[in-house]
Design a protein around this ligand. Structure first.
Ligand code: NAD
Length: 488
């Protein structure tokens, strides 16, 4: 099968004719030939989007008018959700049940931002009766959206929905390892009634198509989700044009388990938090910190549960852990397994390819215990089904361990001590923290990280703020004082 770009309402190959191949993670067979975009394709897409911005109806519609179309897009996703989930499952190796969940969330993203844009108010500042100052939020212009491969369709829609709601035409550059589901978007946008030129899609390699999008002078905002090092490169390039940036980057999120917690639920959360989505999850609870009084028992139970996580064909509805995205990524994750053992961590579950899956990028759910902060498996994002477990004694030690990485995306805290929960919630360096819960999202809340996990926040009005510029108009309703120069 061949995938093309979608520019100004037309499916087109690359100007250069270049293509790349995508692989199916369960077999590593070539599954797709994909147009490989370069600067010329990005420029064509940006020109189409720019025209839609300057001359088209989209930025000029009312919020309610745009919301009607966003809801139409949501309905178009819902009517294809099985198909989207099947495409995504084959393309990414995500278990089918979880890919289905991601497709539902994609539709929800559009419905949610339809509601946000229709309920968003703008500010007025009155200065007595003398002055009326009002703020309108204007769409910022063409939005450049660059997304990773881990939950591609959901993350693409998480950026598309607010950008479109805000009135911005877009150019989307999906990840090259998972291009398939994005190619369903053109028909979805058309069915929803989006005007031509508002949605543009350019496939391609990050360093080529992605870099050209970041460097393009007519793209004032880049919303990026991906690795921290890529984010750093993008920030450097975007500084040439002083672009607005949202950077959703990597993580190494801690889960703190105190001995007073509901340990059964904490165990469920630990297993789900790191092995769902194949462990390829930015907010994965990949460092489990356990109080020493319950450490041995918790490690034993975690290892036992991990050994029973069902690894299998992504298309099998009973599979809990599917195939990692790409052989290169698989090798990187397997390297970390070797590094963990070499560093002296205790491998208590997994660590190898399951016997019944001789092909494809499969790794059984892997648990390392007795991991110390100096080990690379404690510090570095593995982005696979590998969790490290570390004991702590005191609350202070737990906080120190939690904060002892360059990342600060999410944190999970398990304790039934109310005061401790609130105390620790303040001292843990993370953009988002859950108390006695796994990662249950409220789409209105700010999503994002601190430290090397990102810059800026997405979600609810935070996303709309990113895709709009506040424009303040000061109106004198009485004679305001004007110092008189040049009359003496
Ligand atoms: P990546 O950084 O390799 O790629 C992400 C996207 O950036 C891809 O579309 C890629 O083509 C593009 N890209 C690469 N180099 C580029 C460049 N020089 N200029 C412009 N674009 C470029 O990330 P990945 O491997 O696809 O995704 C995994 C990473 O994403 C992990 O670190 C994970 O934690 C992170 N992630 C973060 C969040 C979050 O919300 N914080 C969510 C999901 C994933």
């Amino acid at each position: 099968m061949k995938l093309e770009h979608y520019i100004d309402g037309a499916h087109v190959p690359s100007a250069s004719g270049a293509t790349f191949h995508a692989l199916e993670p369960a077999t590593n067979n070539v599954s797709l030939t994909v147009a490989s975009g370069g600067a010329a394709d990005i420029d064509a897409a940006v020109r189409a989007a720019r025209k839609a911005f300057t001359d088209g109806p989209w930025p000029r519609l009312t919020g309610e008018q745009r919301a009607v179309i966003l809801r139409g897009i949501a309905a178009a996703i819902e009517s294809r959700d099985d198909m989207i989930a099947e495409i995504e499952c084959a393309d990414t190796g995500l278990p089918i049940t979880q890919a289905r969940g991601q497709a539902h969330r994609a539709a929800q993203n559009f419905r949610f931002f339809a509601d946000v844009i229709t309920t968003l108010n703008e500010d007025v500042f009155r200065v007595g009766e003398a002055q009326l100052n009002y703020v309108v939020r204007k769409p910022i212009g063409v939005a450049g959206l660059i997304t990773p491969w881990n939950t591609p369709f959901m993350l693409e829609t998480w950026k598309l929905a607010p950008a479109l709601a805000a009135g911005c035409p877009v150019v989307l550059k999906p990840a090259e390892w998972s291009p398939a589901s994005a190619s369903v978007l053109p028909e979805i946008m058309e069915e929803g009634g989006l005007p031509t030129g508002v949605f543009n899609l350019v496939h391609g390699i990050g360093e080529e198509a992605g870099a050209a999008l970041v460097a393009h002078p007519d793209v004032p905002v880049i919303s990026f989700t991906g690795e921290t090092t890529t984010g750093q490169t993008i920030m450097r390039s975007a500084s040439d044009h002083l672009k607005t940036l949202s950077m959703e980057l990597g993580g190494k999120s801690p889960m703190l388990v105190f001995d007073d917690a509901d340990l059964d639920r904490a165990l469920d959360a630990a297993v789900f938090g790191v092995f769902s989505l194949n462990g390829e999850r930015c907010t994965a609870s990949s460092r489990v910190l356990v109080q020493d009084t319950v450490y041995d028992d918790f490690v034993a139970r975690l290892a036992e549960r991990a050994s029973r996580v069902r690894v299998g064909a992504p298309s099998d509805p009973t599979t809990e852990l599917g195939a990692l995205i790409h052989p290169e990524h698989y090798e990187r994750v397997m390297d970390y397994v070797r590094i963990g053992s070499a560093e002296g961590a205790r491998l208590v579950a997994g660590g190898s390819r399951p016997d019944h899956l001789p092909e494809g990028n499969f790794l059984s759910a892997t648990v390392f215990a007795d991991v110390t902060p100096s080990m690379r498996i404690f510090q570095e994002e593995i982005f696979g089904p590998v969790v490290s477990v570390t004991p702590f004694t005191t609350e202070a030690e737990a906080v120190e361990l939690a904060n002892d990485t360059r990342y600060g995306l999410a944190a999970y805290l398990w304790t039934n001590d109310l005061r401790r929960a609130h105390r620790l919630a303040q001292s843990i360096e993370a953009g988002m923290l859950w108390v006695n819960s796994q990662n249950v999202r409220d789409l209105r809340t700010p999503f994002g990280g601190v430290k090397a996990s990102g810059v800026g926040r997405e979600g609810g009005r935070h996303s709309i703020e990113m895709f709009t510029e506040p424009h303040i108009v000061h109106v004198a309703t009485e004679d305001l004082p004007i110092p008189r120069f040049g009359i003496a």
